[in-house]
Design a binder for this molecule. Structure first.
Ligand SMILES: Nc1ncnc2c1ncn2[C@@H]1O[C@H](COP(=O)(O)OP(=O)(O)OP(=O)(O)O)[C@@H](O)[C@H]1O
Ligand SMILES: [Mg+2]
Length: 287
């Protein structure tokens, strides 16, 4: 029942866009890569508005421009032409330094390959974005990183190095890192691309919870199953949007997880957790 109400609320909100705040507004966006004499038209005039509280799944064939768009939306790259307004600010004309600041303040980015620093603990990886934030001191950085890691269920793995974590746990560290600056929006480019079904659903569950708490999410996926967890699906082909529609029969990750066979749940076994913690400490001291 609650689920039905929640779905109606989301769909109702999506239908009443006049009352919703626009977080992203892109007009006639183009990206042309020049490779010697050859021009690659990666984006051929994209118009897209994304509203606060949406969970948008971006789909489309390989090479259709999804990552190119995500990198521009995430302020990691700039368009060749067209305009991009993020949270009321025209970022298509911003300088590199301004882009870096916007990225740090408003955006969280999650990649398929996690992009964690390998010789740095989960905790330090999550603290990293805060080092660029001059207003935070060491204690505050620590507290915020602990809070972010706890919110993705990794309170017991904070001292682990990335190679002492499973793929799903590494992706959760990456999500915690994306969250630590309290972003208004999270961009995730195939965040479940390297994960099995159960782990994918666990990661999507985190995104759904963040979204329920008001964070706007834009997620690229190849998998139609994963797009079913979003509220809206935008499909790309050859650098253009060919379909943009609400997701009907939206799925809930918790419910899908419940349908899978139970996993070995080491996190509910204090003795095993203690052993892992000791092993991690010994290994880290030795290296
Ligand atoms: N840095 C680059 N230099 C030159 N061409 C590029 C660059 N990045 C992407 N392209 C080209 O732009 C087009 C769009 O690439 P993009 O990475 O956005 O596709 P995609 O939809 O994310 O694909 P996939 O699903 O495989 O990740 C492709 O033809 C690609 O070869
Ligand atoms: Mg891509």
């Amino acid at each position: 029942m609650l689920q039905v109400l929640a779905e109606e609320a989301v769909e109702g909100k999506a239908n009443d866009k006049n009352e919703m705040k626009t977080v992203i507004s892109v007009k006639n966006l183009e990206k042309i890569y020049t490779m010697g004499d050859v021009k690659v038209y990666a984006l051929r005039g994209i118009d897209l508005d994304i509203y606060e509280g949406e969970f948008v799944a971006i789909m489309g064939t390989s090479g259709s421009g999804k990552s190119t768009l995500m990198n521009i939306l995430g302020c990691l790259d700039q368009p060749t032409s067209g305009s991009y307004t993020l949270d009321g600010m025209d970022v298509s004309k911003s300088t590199r330094n301004q882009l870096a600041e916007v990225r740090n303040k408003k955006i969280g980015f999650v990649f398929q390959s996690f992009n964690l620093l390998s010789r740095t603990s989960a905790l330090e990886n999550v603290e990293l974005p805060l080092l660029y934030n001059r207003k935070t001191n060491a204690q505050e950085r620590h507290e915020r990183a602990v809070k972010a890691l706890t919110s993705v269920g990794l309170a017991t793995r904070m001292k682990n190095m990335p190679n002492q974590l499973s793929g799903g746990q590494q992706q959760r560290v990456a999500i915690a890192r994306a969250l630590v600056n309290d972003p208004v929006i999270i961009f995730a480019d195939e965040p479940t691309g390297n994960l099995d079904s159960r782990t994918s659903f666990e990661v999507i569950d985190i995104f759904q919870k963040l979204n329920a708490n008001g964070i706007t999410i834009v997620l690229v996926t190849h998998e139609p199953d994963i797009a079913q967890f979003a509220t809206r699906r935008v499909v790309f082909r050859d650098g253009k949007i060919i379909d943009d529609s609400p997701v009907t029969g939206r799925k809930n990750a918790i419910e899908e997880l419940a349908k899978l066979p139970p996993a070995d749940d080491i996190d509910n076994n204090p003795e095993a957790l203690q052993k892992i913690e000791t092993a991690v400490e010994t290994e880290n001291e030795a290296s």
